[in-house]
Ligand binder design. Sequence first.
Ligand code: 5CA
Ligand code: ZN
Length: 412
Amino acid sequence: MDAWTGHEVPTLPGDTTSPALYDTARREVVPTTSGPSATMYVCGITPYDATHLGHAATMITFDLVHRLWHDAGKKVTYVQNVTDIDDPLLERANRDGEDWIVLAMRETALFREDMEALRIIPPAHYVGAVESIPAIAAHVRELLADGAAYTLDDGTGDVYYSIAASPKFGYESNLTRDEMLVLSAERGGDPERPGKRDPLDPLLWRGARDGEPAWDGGDLGPGRPGWHIECATIALGLLGNRIDVQGGGNDLLYPHHECSAAHAERLTGEAPFASHYVHAGMIGLDGEKMSKSKGNLVFVSRLRGDGVDPMAVRLGLMTGHYRTDRQWTDDVLKDGEERLARWRSAAEAGSGPSGEGLLAAVREALRNDLDTPAALAVVDAWVEAALAGAGDDVEAPGLMAAAVDGLLGVKL
Ligand code: 5CA
Ligand code: ZN
């Protein structure tokens, strides 16, 4: 499917150091690829509701990675999916008496608009689960033929992946089996289902049910794909057997990214599937994770409709470090708006302290595991000095605006 429209990203003078990022699997901050190109797969929305600030924060996080690689002169190939068929989408469509396809198309269109407003660089490939079904079904058949999957013996036609086929299962999330059992039950898995070889085995293919859409699966029979194989197949098809970054919110750490990696590694025989598994913290409201099921959502589109500048939203979400779970409050937005106004005034100043110095310091902060609080503090200090009339670098305000645009994605 189509992505959204991008903006021109300024090219900044300087060096080509690659950013370092925290890898969930190795549990440390490690430099990303030093090669000339970089690949990233980010888990996108399940489009049954509008884009909320949690989605926005996660997309901004990976937009920063994209921008830093671009700044380092790399050819970046970025892929993002849309889970345009899955249980939550069908449940919402049924609840509201709506056609699930129309619901998915409407919310995906709104997501694109929100991404554009937030100045997220579009992915090279924006891919739906539905359009990927032939490739997914082929992978499921391959796993069955390989003995890594099995069909449940209850007449449903449901196919499961056998985690026994992945000796390193658990390496990505570093969780104990008990922790995995709890999270599996909470996050779309079915550890209690009778007939599975291991309670943690994830669904690969759901056989057709009355009243549910189904697609031709060849020897699998009609049905629809499981969730983790969707992302493994899309990433493998467009990015090859090894990717540099697998990204998403930290709610995907287990089972989603663990199982996607297990599927991909079994299919290709190469490991690890991703050099870095990168997870953004959860944005919450009133002390709880913002989630569709809890209903405590602040929508990007609602803020835009209220006349809020999307750049203030972006700045607000970057005030905290991407890995920390954090709250969205009125104060976060107010801070974003005030900071944006100050930065805009300083960008209009006739001169300021060294622009090169500012650029180097912003880069250094962001290349250190996307330290946005440090990067914002660096710009704040420069802005304060420029507004106080300090410094005589007449090129600096222009370079400051270009750096803030290119690296932080904030258009002044
Ligand atoms: N379609 C799947 C991924 S394949 C999915 O998780 N969709 S989603 O709509 O629930 O979330 C879309 C993206 O936003 C995912 O990367 C998810 O981890 C992230 N996300 C969801 N809720 C939050 C939140 N409250 N804070 C930060 N990120 C979030
Ligand atoms: Zn995914």
